[in-house]
Design a protein around this ligand. Structure first.
Ligand code: 26Q
Length: 800
């Protein structure tokens, strides 16, 4: 059972009121939601400060690991931290006695310091590490503006700045005495650390997410200057602050390239300086045992510049010779790859790098020379494929090559993904260093993605299993299988699901203005908008169902709501076109009385972590339909599975492992597999399919036959062309939508039909939950800890 901190109600209320009085001249009964949030959070920060300090001390006693990531998509902290501390109901009740409804914290902004999967994974990892008492701290950037907020205007995405700290950021603690200086060729700035506590569930331990904020060297004092100096100082301040001003949405191209290099170097240099400085102050200038004390994990190639930066500091500031420094770096770093596509591997123009961080560029050149020399000497495959391995070629720095050469282990994020890395994307590397490649299938934290977002289901599970130990040991869910034929249990499951659907419906009605009947099947696709994720295919399938319903086919079609949530990169026109297309479909379908009792289509605005929490617990069908071989893993798929939805998906990413665990018969897998696509790719002809299949022709032609309006942008015509002619850099139907179309619609209709037999369907859902144990990020982190980082747990338990 979870033990809580000793909750002293009187003391709690006293501190809360003191804070409110001092800061705002208010009391619990008069404070606004934001004031209450700040006061409560700060009070709790006070409660944990001792444990936090002690944890830091503990972490330095043995080997520790650091997670370097340009993104941490942590979401909202308050409910999560109350849960971890075991005081949710105490606090809820106490505030209620004073007339304050804790649910009003739903207004508190998410910390959206990430784009999607990669950033959210980093957040889940920190949660899992601390809960298991592993010494793992995160290093990243404190963006002033997180991922943009999204609105629809006339069905089209409009972006708005995400000023997430506008009402304060009570869960961060600035450590002004630990700032460091970062030097660029044309600029020096201060990196100021802001620490967020990562609070372990049912443990005393608290780890740290340290996010760096860029500030000018000189404190800006507007009184002290004459006019000209004032303007210059202000410009300098802005130029410094630019560095951590905004999170780049992925795919953001051209403009901002220099800033992106600066961001990466900024947080990597600051973090490396931080680690080295603390190392020196504790253990002196002996670096021989550095890799026995620290492991650094690179979350994709974005933080790869940390490798030459560590070498630079060793060589330039501590007189370590280059080859020793390189050896130490290789032993310290490890690299996680999150993409399948070779063309998506990060590359930088040499000249750009040289202009921004010349000394680091020199170090990279030295590493490249070392590679060439070493591999030429080794001969064989090393020498044969030297061109592939080079870090610098064609005036370009290949960051993946730098990350691999500078690391001990390289891992993919799902079995199929790691296999693709070994046999295709990084094939030549695998041939020379097979022992360096590992798989670490992603996971999700069940604290946020079940206990927090689906408390009713969580309680039901605890009751059935006779304990809530699944919150820290997800394998225990297997015990639910025993109840798969128990009608009472299945009834209870269905009631909870319907409750969750009702809550989601109310929320969607409030924020999107669309009413969904909770008795409908909820079919949900939520993830970043990308062609490879095939939201477009989902849209076409809905249109097909719509037309067939209108034609009087599909007689026994069970009413279904199709729900989407996704942000498109601002410069990704096709993705934006797909959003507009789905919104047009929603408009058509939702206003057609003939189908209104059968179909509903909703694209929710500003999909984020907090919205996801409401969506995953309310889904019946989870859409995971990426083209086989394109989605490295996916983690949304795991969240739905855990919450008892069936997967309608391709044999791709972690779906492969999901259906292996939960059974094909309990999910809906369709479509071409990687091997199939490999075989047909040179002959694939989408035009032939289009011409021979009237249903496909009909739905695709809505893009050009006047059924829908694209606001005069021409984007619908481009989408049509992208399928039949190919456009810009891709061949026709690059993601095989038409190839998979019929099987997809058939499989979807089968799932919808199966829902008729409610017990049979609920049974599938329960079996999915029961087999989700392996997808806990607790398991993933345990594997990283044992198989890559070689770190041990610190002492945990003993409650506050
Ligand atoms: C690149 C250049 C410039 C600006 C931004 C970027 C950028 C930023 C973020 C490129 C990629 C990302 C994010 C990638 C990502 O989220 N990948 C996902 O990682 C998940 C966790 O491993 C996997 O589950 C998903 O399959 C994978 O798509």
């Amino acid at each position: 059972m979870l033990q809580s901190i000793n909750f002293n109600k009187d003391k709690f209320v006293y501190f809360l009121n003191e804070y409110l009085k001092l800061e705002y001249q208010k009391t619990i009964s008069t404070a606004t939601v934001y004031e209450m949030h700040n006061a409560l959070s700060k009070t709790l920060m006070g409660d944990i400060s001792e444990s936090w300090k002690k944890s830091e001390e503990k972490n330095w006693r043995k080997k520790q690991a650091f997670y370097f990531s340009a993104e941490f998509l942590v979401g909202r902290a308050i409910f999560n931290n109350l849960l971890a501390m075991g005081i949710t109901s105490d606090v809820t009740d106490t505030l209620k006695e004073h007339g304050f409804d804790i649910n009003s914290f739903e207004e508190i902004e998410d910390a959206a310091l990430g784009n999607g999967g990669l950033g959210r994974l980093a957040a889940c990892f920190l949660d899992s590490a601390v809960t298991q008492n592993y010494p793992l701290n995160g290093y990243g950037i404190r963006y002033k503006y997180g991922l943009f907020k999204q609105r629809f205007e006339d069905g089209m995405q409009v972006e708005e700045a995400d000023n997430w700290t506008k009402h304060g950021d009570p869960w961060s603690c600035a450590k002004l005495d630990e700032e460091v200086i970062i030097e660029f060729a044309d600029q020096r700035v201060r990196a100021v650390p802001y620490d967020m506590p990562i609070i372990g569930y049912d443990t005393k331990n608290i780890n740290t997410l340290r996010l760096w904020q860029a500030e000018p060297i000189e404190e800006f004092d507007f009184k002290a200057f004459n006019n000209q100096e004032y303007i210059e100082a202000l410009a300098e301040k802005n130029r410094a602050e630019d560095i951590s001003r905004v999170l780049y949405p992925n795919d953001s191209n051209e403009e901002g390239k220099i800033l992106r290099i600066k961001q990466q170097y900024f947080f990597c240099s600051a973090s490396i300086q931080d680690i080295v400085r603390k190392h020196v102050s504790r253990f002196g200038k002996d670096f021989e045992n550095f890799p026995e004390k620290y492991a650094i994990q690179l979350n994709d190639t974005h933080p790869t510049v940390a490798i030459p930066e560590l070498i630079r500091i060793f060589v330039d500031e501590y007189e370590v010779d280059f080859s020793t420094a390189l050896k130490l770096a290789k032993k310290t770093f490890n690299y996680t790859n999150h993409t399948v596509m070779q063309e998506a591997l990060e590359k930088w123009n040499c000249e750009l790098y040289r202009r921004v961080i010349p000394r680091v560029f020199e170090i990279i050149k030295l590493i490249n020379e070392d590679l060439i020399e070493t591999y030429t000497e080794k001969g064989g495959k090393f020498k044969e494929n030297l061109e592939v391995f080079k870090i610098i070629k064609d005036d370009t720095i290949h960051m993946a090559n730098l990350a691999i050469y500078g690391s001990t282990y390289i891992n993919g994020v799902a079995e199929i993904h790691t296999e693709i890395l070994k046999t295709s994307t990084l094939k030549e590397w695998y041939e020379i260093r097979p022992e360096s490649f590992q798989n670490k299938t992603n996971g999700i934290t069940q604290r946020r993605w079940l206990a927090l977002c689906n408390p009713k289901y969580g309680k039901m599970i605890s009751r059935l299993l006779g304990s809530d130990s699944w919150v820290t040991n997800l394998d225990l869910l297997k015990g639910l299988e025993e109840f798969k034929d128990d009608k009472k249990v299945l009834d209870r499951f269905m009631r909870i699901k319907t409750d969750n659907k009702r809550q989601l419906s109310a929320y969607i009605e409030k924020y999107e203005g669309i009413k969904i009947n909770p008795d409908f099947i909820f079919d949900i696709q939520i993830k970043r908008l990308h062609e490879y994720k095939r939201q477009f295919l989902n849209a076409l399938s809905i249109l097909d169902i719509y037309f067939r319903l209108k034609d009087g086919e599909l007689m026994n079609f069970r009413p279904t709501a199709f729900i989407f949530g996704a942000k498109s990169a601002p410069g990704y026109d096709r993705a934006k076109g797909i959003i507009k297309f789905i919104n047009e479909i929603a408009e058509l379908v939702n206003n057609d009385e003939e189908v209104s009792n059968k179909l509903k289509v909703v694209f929710v605005q500003n999909y984020n972590v907090s919205y996801a929490e409401k969506l995953v617990c309310a889904a019946d069908i989870s859409e995971q339909i990426s083209t086989a071989g394109t989605e490295a893993s996916g983690t949304g798929n795991m969240k739905f599975m855990l919450n008892g939805a069936v997967t309608l998906g391709t044999y791709d990413g972690a779906n492969v492992e999901i259906v292996r665990e939960a059974g094909f018969e309990n999910n809906y897998i369709f479509g071409a597999r990687v091997e199939d696509l490999e075989r047909i790719k040179d002959f694939y002809d989408p035009v032939e399919i289009y011409n021979s299949n009237p249903r496909i022709k009909r739905v695709l032609d809505t893009l050009i036959d006047g059924t829908f309006e694209d606001g005069g942008t021409g984007i619908f015509k481009e989408l049509h062309d992208a399928i039949l002619k190919g456009a810009s850099w891709h061949k026709a139907d690059h993601y095989y939508l038409l190839l998979d179309f019929e099987e997809y619609v058939d499989t979807k209709l089968q799932a919808i039909k199966d829902y008729e037999n409610s017990y049979e369907f609920a049974r599938k859902c329960l079996i999915n939950t029961a087999n989700a144990g392996i997808f806990s990020s607790d398991r993933t982190i345990d594997q990283y800890a044992k198989e890559i980082w070689n770190i041990k747990k610190v002492q945990g338990k003993k409650i506050y």
